[in-house]
Design a protein around this ligand. Structure first.
Ligand SMILES: [Zn+2]
Length: 197
């Protein structure tokens, strides 16, 4: 079925995303079906959106590519040496960056379990929204996220069954995407876009 979405996934890459390779990834286990999408939030320093280093490099992008200056903020010391990534990062204006090919395993979930299955990184796609547990996400982020998820559904049909949040797969340890992520609003927008296909 032809899609009206402007976004497509080809060979594990989202057409609308800017590619910025992260070393923090590895192969998915053999015969893994990618069937889950995990939504997160992140901001560096926390609650500071769009912050970047002296070279204009966004701190979140720096973190995901192991280029964060741990001395820049006291908070960075608390995550010093952390090697993490996500497949996608959606900024406040809806801009998308891709760090890891969807066919590979990004390091976003940590110790986690979903429907009794451990190691969510093995079989999931991780999407980080620039935000925090204390601030509303932007309309542009909801819109981009919905378009992105439609494109992922097309490329990885089994993900249609499992859309979840980090706090649901790592309860007690993680709180994102937080109470400000409006699941009903997002699911409504998603249905709308799926209906337009
Ligand atoms: Zn998270």
């Amino acid at each position: 079925m032809p899609t009206l979405s402007s976004m497509t996934v080809n060979d594990g890459l989202l057409s609308a995303a800017t590619w910025l390779a992260s070393p923090n990834c590895n192969q998915r286990p053999d015969n893994t079906t990618v069937d889950t999408i995990v939504i997160h939030n992140i901001s560096l320093p926390p609650d500071d959106f769009g912050a970047s280093d002296a070279n204009g490099f966004h701190y979140v992008k720096a973190l995901f590519t192991n280029q964060l200056d741990w001395e820049a903020y006291p908070y960075f010391q608390t995550i010093k040496g952390m090697e993490v990534s996500a497949h996608l990062f959606i900024e406040r204006d809806g801009t998308v960056t891709q760090f890891v090919n969807f066919d590979e395993r990004a390091w976003h979930a940590g110790r986690s379990s979903y429907l009794g299955r451990p190691e969510c990184n093995d079989y999931s796609i991780g999407i980080e929204l620039e935000g925090s547990d204390f601030t509303a996400f932007t309309p542009a982020q909801y819109d981009t996220l919905a378009q992105v998820v439609v494109a992922i559904y097309d490329a990885y049909p089994n993900t249609r069954r499992h859309l979840t949040g980090h706090s649901d797969i790592a309860p007690g340890r993680k709180t994102d995407p937080g109470d400000h992520f409006e699941w009903a609003r997002f699911r409504g927008l998603l249905s709308e876009k799926l209906g337009q296909q």
